[in-house]
Design a protein around this ligand. Sequence first.
Ligand SMILES: Cc1ncc(COP(=O)(O)O)c(C=O)c1O
Length: 370
Amino acid sequence: MNVPFLNLAAQYASLKNELLPAVEQVLASGHYVLGPNVAALEQEIARFTGTRFGVGVNSGSDALTLALRALDIGPGDEVITTPFTYIAPAESIHQMGAKIVFADIHPRTFNLDPADVARKLSDRTRAIIPVHLFGQAAQIGDFLALAAKRGIHVVEDCAQAIGASHDGKPVGSFGRIGCFSFYPTKNLGADGDGGMAVTNDEALAKKLKMLRVHGIERRYHHDLHGYNSRLDEMQAAILRVKLRHLPRWNERRNEIAARYSAGLADLPVDLPTVCALNRHVWHVYAILTDERDALAKFLADRGVPGIIYYPLPLHLQKVYEHLGYREGYLPVSEEISRRILPLPMYPELTDEQVDYVIATLRQFPFGEGE
Ligand SMILES: Cc1ncc(COP(=O)(O)O)c(C=O)c1O
């Protein structure tokens, strides 16, 4: 059996009859960028995330960049974030001319560790960007408490966690701004790039809307230096179709995660942990093992290829050499990077495929290779 690591074609096949009319309607309308579908999607995502305003942008990366711009983060400021994630949050800090400060992560949730964030705070810290990694809310209450005490901002990176919640409250609704990605592989993915910033603050929403179109509120009148980060109608129409299916998809991801966890419970690997009060949406299901590379090869040789998130933490990337971090500075992130192994995870996986992954994993001769 072959179990692809991702299978977006299967998602399309299941939605073809709904997607094609939605796309055709956009093509026939003649309105292709920032039109009625974007406006409707903004309202729908705001409602879905328990916030007042949504601002559709070109990507999750842009949502983060515009969020930091809207909060006037700039040179001389420091922003704390995680090194164990995709590079976008760190990059957005750099783009503001601010200093990236990495704090370490929790060894079982892989999310930013509030205790280490507290140690990294300085007089220059202006914001914290927790990432709700792999579909699970970070320890958001602790970050909000730290931020309130210091009078600084929390910007949530929700790129991997749409639909996740903590204590019944959706991610994206806790901080000043929540940033979502609609990259195709995300739990809610467009068929191209897309993103959204959500907020409860009307003034911030207005500023974000200006920043996404070159700082204009009125055509050809520029009050700010902005960006070209518009969301197009085709992606918005596609996302509106897919949003209707997202709760069911996230439910199926939970079923698959439970099946993996039951099937692997007695193996000498560490299984992912769900924190109390968290509703996980399993963007990624990853196990930890000292024999990661051998196990990944064993699986790939048997029809279960994989992708490692994340093989090298950001503080050790060449691009951040100038920040002066060395190996050993953020030991948990470094250890997880060596031990992590994501398994296939998407709603279209069949039980038979999940069982095949489990059975194949169970054949691996743990403890014999090293
Ligand atoms: C945690 C995280 N933040 C931000 C992004 C950036 O989103 P985009 O690819 O839409 O720019 C991604 C993924 O792509 C991500 O995984």
